[in-house]
Write a new protein. Structure first.
Length: 89
């Protein structure tokens, strides 16, 4: 799976940026996402697995726009969050 993140922003209520203008290309392979507490790791993961929408910017998964191909992209995912939950539907 190839993931391309373009100009991604996530602003939570109150106006603080959890993710600010993130540009990142993740090619096929195994990766870890490291960073200090509050860096935005969980926010980014929630966006990548379609549990949360970004405030702006774009994510392409295998060249498919995440915002337009949620169903197909969800069918390729496995995700075990820190706090366990299911997709709403
Ligand atoms: N629901 C929310 N409402 C408002 N602010 C939030 C919310 N969730 C996270 N934040 C803020 O967004 C920033 C990023 O948080 P996030 O949980 O994505 O970081 P993290 O890298 O996963 O941290 P940790 O290592 O503690 O898990 C932090 O400043 C956090 O306080
Ligand atoms: Mg986290």
């Amino acid at each position: 799976m190839q993931i391309k993140i373009e100009n991604l922003n996530k602003v939570y209520k109150g106006g603080s940026y959890a993710i600010k203008n993130l540009n990142l290309e993740i090619p096929n392979g195994m990766f870890g996402l490291l960073g200090p507490n509050g860096a935005g790791k969980s926010t980014l993961m929630r966006i990548l697995v379609t549990l949360m929408k970004p405030s702006s910017g774009r994510v392409l998964v295998n060249d498919m726009d995440l915002a337009k191909h949620r169903r197909e992209i969800r069918s390729m995912l496995g995700y075990l969050p820190q706090d366990f939950s299911f997709f709403r539907n």
